[in-house]
Unconditional design. Structure first.
Length: 266
């Protein structure tokens, strides 16, 4: 099911899971060499939702991003900025899993994925949380549903991204238009059920993996439109190896799903 109504945080006729100021939600921001971008994105987040908590997961950035994160946390009198320092740089997926585990060990009801580079606008986060408060278990900020936009993205990358999403949608039979998107919000109940300890996927494939697990578990997955803006500072960390991993795994997952529908056991 796709929800494209960017209404305010709250939901109609339900007890909100997330407060109007973002209280009850944790934003996980993985970083590697993002010292210039991080203070900007944190500031925008706090201006948009003053009650939201932020966890920066830094993979020992050589440019000092971890130290910048520590300074932001120390200056935050409300104690809403937290920092996790990881020794190894072993992929976006592992960084998110570490952040999810940290959040699930505490009392956050919703855990959010967000990039540090500004491509995910904090000002659009209330739309994702509104869908959560309306009953969704996973909300994906989508570039490819009605109302979604791309700004300053190279044409080659757009073609690659659209092609990857079309391939995944057809291979898996999933009705998600932007299953590779990394701007998303999960209810803790969904994350607790989808066996995070068995996830081995890296960056690009990680997003497909978790969305597919959530769909397979029968949760309510929705998309809301966002405007995705190409980073202005730094360089993209996408690699060909990550793309190859996604292609192979999606093909396998799709085949397994069809075999299960036909009652064929491996």
């Amino acid at each position: 099911m796709t929800n494209s109504d960017p209404s305010p945080v709250g939901g109609v006729g339900r007890t909100p899971l997330v407060a109007a100021d973002g209280g009850g939600a944790l934003v996980v921001i993985p970083t590697y060499n993002e010292r210039d971008n991080l203070p900007i994105i944190v500031g925008r987040l706090q201006s948009t939702l003053s009650g939201v908590h932020i966890l920066v997961v830094d993979d020992s950035s050589p440019d000092g991003t971890g130290e910048v994160a520590d300074e932001l946390a120390a200056a935050d009198d409300a104690g809403r900025i937290h920092v996790m320092h990881r020794v190894d740089k072993d992929g976006l997926g592992k960084a998110y899993l570490a952040g999810f585990a940290w959040g699930l060990a505490r009392d956050y009801e919703v855990i959010i994925e967000m990039d540090a580079d500004g491509s995910h606008a904090p000002e659009q986060l209330p739309a994702l949380l509104a869908a959560i408060n309306d009953g969704a278990d996973l909300v994906i900020g989508s570039r490819y549903v009605r109302g979604g936009k791309l700004v300053n993205w190279p044409r080659r990358r757009e073609i690659l991204s659209r092609g990857a999403n079309t391939y995944a949608r057809l291979a898996l039979g999933a009705g998600i238009h932007d299953i590779t998107a990394g701007y998303r919000a999960y209810r803790r109940a969904a994350l607790e059920k989808i066996s995070l300890d068995t996830v081995e996927s890296a960056g690009y494939c990680f997003q497909i993996d978790l969305a597919w697990r959530t769909i397979q578990a029968g949760f309510d997955v929705r998309e809301v439109p966002i405007t995705f803006t190409e980073r202005e500072i730094g360089q993209s960390k996408m690699s060909g190896g990550v793309m190859s991993e996604a292609f192979i795994k999606v093909l396998r997952w799709g085949a397994e799903a069809r075999m299960a529908q036909l009652g064929i056991r491996r």
